[in-house]
Design a protein around this ligand. Structure first.
Ligand code: ATP
Length: 333
């Protein structure tokens, strides 16, 4: 063991608490030294303290090497959107991968959506009411789009991906997405070994269903990335299997895509795998690639065996049973 990492741990609400406990208990099996700093956020925190995201929590996250985030309930937008802004987490990464014994529509799906997280249509205060309706502005800057496109190509290079697909609607949004497309090909020139292609977002929505194996890395603007990510979740089955990362220059936050699931909270029913795969992404971010692989392979073994699965995957095992199965698989590696 060499490095000691400071990890901010924000379990949040509902099943966030259960899947976080499960994940930390497996991280503790690995040959990596973590110092966990727990911090509050979410609905319960709002009730207790009057704010869903205390300054102290932002501070703990800021001082950490990375943050593991569980889930926030009704207050999710106030918590996660604010954390993304405060920490300038410009890239949202959502891997979409088919696993055995799941409801995936195809077997060989393995791509990642790299979504711009700071501008596009999702900018606070850029919507206004007018006399006869409302107007929203879509902001595309050279700086932010170059940064995300370059991030996507770097990601491809570092992860042995052979192709990056730029997704836009430049035929209609001629100026804003025209610029996105232009920047996409400018940046692509720096990466001659990586194949590049671009599609309109509507066509992409269809190709993701008809030919999902075609994609490796998708890079796109904020709103399109948001929508295509949920389509990705639909492609591979349960929400309980999908991790995500929010990355900035000085920090990173890893969270499952699912929310606090109040319908099953506190019942030992939640699938801990999305949170665990988020921790695997964190290990890779910290360059602990060997430990990431061991953790991921242990999860994969349990999915391949197909015997100990939570309800969302068609089984009837508990969160704790799945966690123990992953621990046993890991110890056998
Ligand atoms: P929130 O308001 O916090 O987003 P939600 O219930 O609206 O909560 P999710 O938490 O994403 O949204 O849950 C959607 C559905 O998926 C629920 O029926 C929930 O039980 C199920 N679900 C989500 N995550 C998991 C998980 N990890 N394991 C099992 N089922 C899950």
């Amino acid at each position: 063991m060499t490095n000691k990492y400071k990890i901010a741990v924000v379990p949040g609400d509902g099943i966030g608490l259960e899947v976080m406990d499960a994940t930390i208990s497996i991280l503790n099996e690995l040959d990596v030294d973590f110092e966990y700093n727990y911090a509050d956020a979410g609905d319960e925190c709002l009730e207790k303290t009057g704010t869903a995201l205390p300054e102290k929590t932002i501070d703990t996250v800021r001082k950490s090497d990375a943050c593991l985030f569980g889930a926030a309930g009704e207050s999710a937008a106030d918590v996660i959107v604010k954390l993304r802004q405060e920490l300038k987490l410009f890239a949202n990464l959502r891997p979409v991968k088919s696993y055995p014994n799941t409801n995936s529509i195809a077997e060989n799906i393995d791509f990642i959506i790299v979504r711009e997280n700071t501008e596009g249509l999702y900018i606070a205060d850029m919507e206004e009411m007018t006399e006869d309706g409302a107007i929203a502005k879509r902001v595309i800057t050279r700086e932010a789009e170059s940064r995300i496109i370059d991030y996507a190509f770097q990601y491809a290079k570092n992860n042995n991906k052979s192709k990056v697909t730029g997704v836009h609607k430049a035929n209609v949004l001629k100026k804003s997405d025209g610029l996105f497309k232009q920047i996409f090909y400018e940046i692509a020139e720096k990466y001659p070994d990586i194949e590049k292609e671009d599609f309109y977002v509507d066509a992409t929505a269809m190709y993701l269903i008809t030919n999902p194996e075609n994609f490796e890395v998708i890079v796109t603007t904020n709103l399109f990335g948001d929508i295509l990510s949920d389509e990705g979740a639909g492609l591979v089955g349960s929400l309980g299997l999908i991790p995500s990362a929010n990355i900035g220059d000085d920090g990173a936050l890893f969270e499952p895509v699912h929310g606090s699931a109040p319908d099953i909270a506190g019942q030992n029913k939640a699938n801990p795998i999305a949170m665990m795969l988020s921790a695997v992404m964190m290990l890779r971010y910290l360059n602990e690639n060997r430990e990431a692989e061991i953790f991921e392979n242990a999860i994969l073994k349990v999915l391949e065996d197909g015997e100990i699965l939570t309800g969302d995957m068609g089984g009837n095992s508990t969160t704790k049973e799945v966690t123990e199965a992953i621990r046993t698989a890991l110890r056998g590696m």
